[in-house]
Design a binder for this molecule. Sequence first.
Ligand SMILES: [Zn+2]
Length: 477
Amino acid sequence: MKVYNTLSGEKEEFLPQGDEVKMYVCGVTPYDHCHFGHAMSYIAFDVIRRYLRFRGYKVKYVQNITDIDDKIIDRAGKLGISPRELAEKYTNGYFEDMDALNIERADIYPKATEEIPKIIEVIQALVAKGYAYPVEGSVYFRVRNVANYGKLAHRSLESMRAAEGAMGSEEKEDAMDFALWKASKPGEPWWESPWGQGRPGWHIECSAMSLKYLGDTLDIHGGGQDLIFPHHENEIAQSESFTGKKPFVKYWLHNGLVQLGEDKMSKSRGNLITIKQALEKYSPDAIRIFVLSSHYRSPLKYSEEGLEAAERGAERIARVVSRDDPTGGVGEAINAEPYQKQFIEAMDDDFNTPQALAALFNLASAINQAADSGISFQDAKEVLLSLRAILGLRRRDVYIEAPTATATASGLTPTVVTEAQPPEATTIMRLVEERNRLRKAKKWQEADKIRAKLAKMGVTLEDTPESTIIRRWKRKR
Ligand SMILES: [Zn+2]
């Protein structure tokens, strides 16, 4: 298995330290709704994690939550609520989005505000070793004491100094030095520290949390390409100076960024599409297929046409999944092995999901052909189910049954949700999935609200142990 490592700039054989892969991915700063860029990044690392498990590794996955930050303080101030309240609201929103997209939860979600003792411990050690210095209640990292600072970004300290411009301040020894601890300003949240009341800088949080939960050396550290510099460069400087061990991370994996038109989709440009907006129009499987149809390191152009095509692809796979093998597995059968091999070869090559998806779609077509010609496809369908689970796809298509006699007698006629009405079918499926999720969580009242909402759309539900049968009727005009 080969993975592209940003540190070396090359594809390398993947050799983790042990059977358990230690994986850390930078998490959100919860000050607003998550946008499509978050969907891309967390879907990419979700699939990487699922594939590693398929390959026989155990994976310990840690993702932090930066629940204290300038952006949180600013926005909370504007809204007149506490930073804590704001962070909680959008942390919950983040989990809703991730669950809806079928992104598996990390094993641990450390929050910056709950890890202050560890953060202070690391900063104190860095000061003691001469890698950091306190000034006026703040503490800065002394960049020039680190040999090879810039090795991840592949830039020299001189060129970075020039490119970053004069970020110097009277407090700092060097314009490139960065804050590990920030003295609190009036009205800001603060914690006690050896340097006075203050709060941690962003970079040190990830170093402290990864050290605490995954140890001195990580196998995989992930994040968007926009985090390479300065965030990840600074994480390396902090962690390696603290532990004295190199490398801090064996494989640095960075996903490409989402573009809208020619621009990067970003809050500062005001061209965001939130995950919630996307989910109003497209099914979770369609969003995943759209993201995975581009390689994770490439930029992804957000496009409605692309998402609509992905929706049709999601329907195609779901329809195959809903087909039953009438042969009972007897007689001639189709062989799924070549497709599975193609899938694995693609994923072994730096997680080439576009090619893996192609293998999955080819297998789906082969199964359809087999089904049409009465050839057994039961085993092939099992392979399809296991491959689509690696990509986190789980959609089951709308299942329409003939109307019952009572319904017909009451003046209702049946209508079938077909490809001619994909947006509506998608909405129905999304609501049914959401209701099933709520029922699993024993949130009966909320689940019933969705049932009522569907009833207004002319949809009734019948729960069986295996599935939910959806019936839909349309009133006679
Ligand atoms: Zn981070």
